[in-house]
Design a protein around this ligand. Structure first.
Ligand SMILES: Cc1cc2nc3c(=O)[nH]c(=O)nc-3n(C[C@H](O)[C@H](O)[C@H](O)COP(=O)(O)OP(=O)(O)OC[C@H]3O[C@@H](n4cnc5c(N)ncnc54)[C@H](O)[C@@H]3O)c2cc1C
Ligand code: FES
Length: 254
């Protein structure tokens, strides 16, 4: 059940250039059912809420973590909020990643690009808990060293390759360059549409799931602002309600 909650901002800290980690506390956390779900944050002086993925959550502590990049005026206003302030949050929204779908796979790779990296952290924890015997690795792609965040946290959980386009940190190139030599039989990915399309083109035979970050308004299926083309019988889906996670191969990238 998703609903509007008032959450207490516990802390904010800067992780990288324009990237912040924020901990929120409140009963919304009890309703989270899968990694990859998101919340819609109310930001000061903005009518439309901003969708941000749940990076990690702790139901015993009633807390969740989000990581967001200051992109425009909404996220900039949110970054000004301080510990102790109350934030109106709608959620948990969306379907989240299906961990059970990887049951038959032996080699699972999590592929994140930029602000698509955060929801893969909670997913990594869920996969490791469910499949301690499987080989699970992560590939995190960024433009340059300044943009990189959360790589050490991922590396504490699982083998992690960091790719930067200019080679200023980790390996040089896109996430595709890291994936090419690997043996992979299941991919979970979140990041820019171009990256998701490139992965599906490079590995058409590999099963997996992709999480989309479309522009949104309502966040719960009422306004159609987030429609994307899919191969289902309607020919489209609402990213907020039917996604944001879709089976690889089912999204028609434009
Ligand atoms: C399901 C989902 C999960 C997301 N998770 C994260 C995350 O974990 N971390 C993170 O940094 N960003 C995430 N985003 C992107 C984030 O929502 C946008 O960067 C943010 O809304 C930009 O708001 P703004 O006011 O700063 O920018 P503005 O440009 O001022 O925003 C104007 C409008 O466009 C929408 N918008 C702009 N860019 C995007 C975008 N890329 N995706 C969706 N809506 C957009 C805003 O919601 C707003 O309605 C996510 C988006 C979606 C849909
Ligand atoms: S944002 Fe309104 S239907 Fe998806």
């Amino acid at each position: 059940m998703s609903i509007k909650y008032s959450m207490r901002l516990v802390s904010q800290k800067q992780l990288a250039k324009d990237v912040y980690l924020c901990v929120l506390e409140g009963d919304l956390v009890q309703q989270i059912t899968a990694p990859g779900q998101f919340i819609q944050l109310q930001v000061p002086d903005h009518y439309l809420r901003r969708p941000i993925s749940i990076c990690d959550y702790d139901q015993a502590a009633n807390q969740l973590t989000i990581i967001y990049k200051v992109f425009g005026t909404g996220t900039a206003a949110f970054a000004e909020l301080e510990a102790g302030q109350m934030v109106s949050c709608l959620g948990p929204l969306g379907n989240g990643f299906d961990v059970a779908a990887a049951a038959a796979a032996e080699q699972i790779v999590l592929v994140g690009g930029g602000v698509g990296v955060p929801p893969l952290y909670g997913l990594a924890k869920a996969l490791l808990a469910q499949y301690p015997q499987k080989k699970i690795t992560a590939v995190l792609g960024f433009n340059q060293a300044d943009d990189v965040f959360y790589a050490p946290e991922f590396a504490e959980l699982l083998p992690t390759t960091v790719m930067t386009i200019d080679g200023s940190l980790g390996e040089e190139g896109t996430v595709i360059a890291a994936l090419q030599p690997m043996t992979v039989d299941y991919i979970y990915s979140c990041g820019p549409t171009g990256m998701l399309r490139a992965i599906e083109t490079a590995f058409p035979e590999v099963k997996g799931q992709v999480s989309l970050e479309e522009r949104m308004a309502c966040g719960f299926g009422a306004c159609m602002a987030c429609v994307c083309k899919t191969d289902n019988d309607k020919g489209y889906a609402r990213v907020c309600l039917d996604g944001p996670v879709f089976a690889m191969g089912s999204v028609v990238y434009e």
